[in-house]
Write a protein that binds this ligand. Structure first.
Ligand code: PLP
Length: 426
């Protein structure tokens, strides 16, 4: 499937029926699988044969989605997880132990930031944050012999920073460190990070991959190129895993993916459900189409907002004035997705008035599906903070996060326009 283009992979990759089988994957709602002989089962446990034995580790419906996303990302192996957060956690658990550290962009999704800054340190895993605009030298200075991976997002949520892949991949290559990128908001329809030196790609499939706000899920894609063999930074990949029949993961073609599933999925059971895999598989059929429409809509919405007298600033990389415009041109040539943020000329109260005046665009904590939605962090998720505290947290009191959907763009703009009329100009 690797020679086909994205649009084709969206509808054809992942599952090919044999004669008389259903055209789309069935929901395999079974925890367990039947085998007639002991040797067959033993071979499965020894990873000598392919197949399913327990849905806590792998399941045919989940596998169809794993294969599709792996093909879309140009990776060699996929692992469907219960959520985007569990995909990030399993990735960290696969390479880190107490005493190790992770070097991470500070402009990442708030939930991921919590995982890295609060939860992982409780297990002895330190996180060292850098600013996306920091120099390669500054980022490098955070790396030591216990650094296990560097983490960033292709398009940061909600900072809307576009990742400089070249800078980070050069740092990772120089130090032999795994480069992990969360590609949720770009999706492989707009950007394929493995081609830019990334080793592991992560998704919250809950967002554009499903696209309909119907199914929670996450995905880990192994690019299959990272040199674990004899890499002193990764002793756990080069010594026998006594919990898995003495397997040495660095000897396998899919070292990271196998360790992640055989050890971490086995021990956590944080796998995607067959029902959610099915819904996400269906949703992902239209991923390329949706990303194209979402990006075109967002470009027009960003231009409208940027020219509006009641809007102070707009962050969206397709705007020539945006700080990340050149980076986006290089890595997101076909569109920058639907996520943007903008500042209303006024206070948090004016923002609340704007939000309440919207008739089509809805207030939601979710982003990145077919319907346009907004969130005003200062009056919702961060409402307990003072203006000063909001500033420290990098959230201006007048910041509105907007996720543009696939409705007719004129209807979206008309709704934003009538809602802005209710904001008094200061
Ligand atoms: N990564 C990004 C960029 C996100 O925006 C989110 C959620 O919003 C996550 C990861 C976490 O995904 P989930 O909600 O599926 O756990």
């Amino acid at each position: 499937m690797e020679n086909y283009r994205t649009e084709t992979l969206c509808v054809q990759a992942g599952y090919r029926p044999k004669n008389g089988e259903s055209r789309i994957p069935q929901i395999c709602q079974s925890t367990t699988f039947y085998y007639g002989d002991t040797q067959n089962m033993a071979d499965l446990f020894d990873l000598k044969a392919e197949g399913f034995f327990y849905s806590r580790l792998a399941n045919p419906t989940v596998e169809a989605l794993e294969k599709k996303v792996a093909a879309l990302e140009n990776g060699v192996y996929g692992i469907g997880c219960a959520s985007g957060m569990s995909a990030i956690l399993l990735t960290a658990m696969t390479v880190c132990e107490a005493g190790d550290n992770v070097v991470c962009a500070s402009e990442i999704y708030g939930g991921s930031y919590n995982l890295f800054s609060v939860t992982l340190p409780k297990f002895g895993i330190e996180c060292r944050f850098f600013d996306a605009d920091d120099s390669a030298e500054k980022i490098e200075s955070l790396i030591d012999e216990r650094t296990k991976f560097v983490f960033a997002e292709t398009i940061a949520n909600p900072a809307i920073v576009v990742l400089d892949f070249e800078k980070l991949s050069a740092v990772c290559k120089k130090h032999g460190v795994l480069f992990v990128v969360d590609n949720t908001l770009a999706t492989p329809a707009l950007c394929r990070p493995i081609g830019f030196g990334v080793d592991i790609v992560i998704h919250s499939t809950t967002k554009y991959m499903d696209g309909h706000a119907a199914a929670l899920g996450g995905m880990i894609i192994d690019g299959g190129k990272f040199a674990f063999k004899n890499n002193k930074r990764y002793p756990a990949f080069n010594t026998p895993d006594e919990s898995y029949h003495g397997l040495v993961y660095a000897d396998l073609a899919v070292a990271f993916g196998t360790k992640c599933r055989a050890q971490m999925m086995r021990d956590t059971g944080a796998i995607m459900s067959p029902q959610n895999a099915f819904l996400t598989y269906l949703g992902s059929d239209t991923l390329a189409l949706r990303m194209e429409r979402t990006s075109r809509n967002a470009e027009k919405v960003a231009e409208f907002l940027n020219a509006h007298p009641k809007v102070e600033w707009v962050k969206y990389s397709s705007l020539p004035s945006d700080k990340y415009h050149a980076t986006a041109k290089k890595y997101l040539p076909n569109g920058a997705g639907g996520m943007m943020s903008f500042g209303i000329k006024g206070s948090a109260k004016d923002c609340a008035r704007f939000m309440e005046s919207l008739k089509l665009v809805t207030q939601e904590t979710h982003v990145a599906d077919v319907r346009s939605c907004v969130l005003h962090p200062a009056s919702t998720t961060h409402r307990q903070l003072s203006d000063e505290q909001l500033k420290d947290a990098g959230i201006a009191p007048n910041l509105v996060r907007l996720s543009v959907g696939i409705e007719n763009v004129n209807d979206i703009i008309a709704d934003l326009e009538q809602a802005l009329e209710n904001v008094s100009l200061r």
